[in-house]
Write a protein that binds this ligand. Structure first.
Ligand SMILES: Cc1cc2nc3c(=O)[nH]c(=O)nc-3n(C[C@H](O)[C@H](O)[C@H](O)COP(=O)(O)O)c2cc1C
Length: 338
């Protein structure tokens, strides 16, 4: 089982931190779909110290989501340490995660995110400074390296361990790759061999079988799933079940997908109010619809919705028509893809 510090997860499946996605609305759904650990979207150290309303919201953890890992990022030791102290003392997150993988220029330029991957010494210095001031276990999420000529994943994982970090999550891509190419799981295996703290493998797990293969080929302790869960929390549930029972559960029906999409929207509305939530829901609705026959036809309508009523109406009408005429829709789909 996956254990981080004293916190024991009920299984080895982890929801990846995803900015703009992993707020309490989606995290709770992921949790209800069985994941062992949910990760919150990254929050900047400076924003935490500034403490505005939006950041306060990002630090909110619903009891039902626990165990939860809250991710921070920053480039200055002082502010990173202070932000970690705030998360430690003022939130009920279980784990403090430090982002060392974010590739976007805005973050890297401030010496944060993936920037540290070039300097194991800096990793050790930053992580130990945080570990010293907090009670909650500290973990790090990293990419394998900066580019293919600078892959220091083993040294970097060791630096986390010797600094007192309690686990490391490794995304099998370099910073330079952004999200292109493939995640190289071989480096996850090397990281696992280099340290005795738990290693969570990440990158390109798109099916339950991928998750099993990652666990088996790398020896990692947990498997972290990101994009495959977008609009598809069943992926998490099916993975948990597959790892436990070796059985592949069926994909959800279209109406089940829409039922959860509406639940997701209502939870977002509770958090953010209707106007912002429905706008945010546009991308999620598109993801929930992905793969359903004829979904591409309503994509534009979905992305124009402003109200709960409008969004619910579009989604429910779509699914009602789809389930009334499945045979006709199938034929259309075949034509579309022909
Ligand atoms: C929309 C989106 C937002 C992300 N935000 C974060 C983030 O806040 N912190 C982080 O460490 N990684 C972030 N990531 C990276 C994911 O956690 C994960 O490492 C990556 O997507 C690879 O895993 P996957 O192949 O399962 O998607 C994000 C990825 C996506 C697609």
């Amino acid at each position: 089982m996956l254990k981080i510090g004293d916190i024991e997860m009920k299984n080895r499946v982890v929801l990846a931190p995803m900015a703009g996605v992993c707020n309490p609305a989606f995290r709770l759904i992921a949790k209800e779909f069985g994941v062992g650990l949910v990760c919150a979207e990254m929050v900047s150290d400076k924003a935490i110290l500034h403490g505005n309303k939006r950041t306060q919201e990002m630090l909110y953890v619903d009891e039902r989501e626990k165990p939860l890992s809250l991710q921070i990022f920053g480039g200055d030791k002082e502010t990173l340490v202070e932000a970690a102290r705030v998360v430690d003392e003022q939130t009920n997150a279980d784990i403090i995660d430090i982002n060392m993988g974010c590739p976007v220029p805005k973050v890297v330029k401030c010496d944060a995110g993936a920037r540290w991957l070039l300097e194991p010494k800096k990793i050790e210095e930053m992580v130990s400074a945080v570990v010293k001031v907090v009670k909650k276990p500290v973990t790090v999420k990293m990419r394998i390296g900066w580019d293919e000529d600078h892959i220091y994943v083993e040294d970097n994982a060791k630096a986390v361990e010797s600094a007192g970090g309690k686990a490391v999550a490794v995304h099998g891509r370099t910073r330079q790759q952004m999200y292109r190419g493939h995640a190289n799981w071989e480096y996850i295996r090397l990281a696992k061999q280099a340290v005795s703290i738990p290693v969570i493998g990440n990158g390109d797990v798109f099916t339950p079988e991928d998750a099993k293969r990652m666990l088996e080929t790398t020896g990692c302790d947990g498997v972290m799933i990101g994009r495959a869960a977008l609009g598809n929390p069943w992926m998490l549930y099916r993975t948990v079940h597959y790892l436990e029972h070796g059985e592949l559960l069926p994909e959800p029906s279209p109406s089940e997908k829409i039922r959860i999409a509406l639940l997701h929207m209502d939870r977002l509305i509770n958090l953010r109010g209707e106007r912002i939530a429905v706008r945010e829901m546009r991308k999620h609705a598109t993801w929930y619809l992905k793969g359903l026959p004829g979904a591409s036809k309503i994509k534009d309508v979905v992305t124009q919705q402003e109200t709960r009523e409008g969004m619910a109406d579009v989604l429910l009408t779509f699914v009602r028509e789809l389930e009334r005429e499945p045979a006709a829709e199938q034929a259309n789909l075949q034509q579309e893809t022909a």
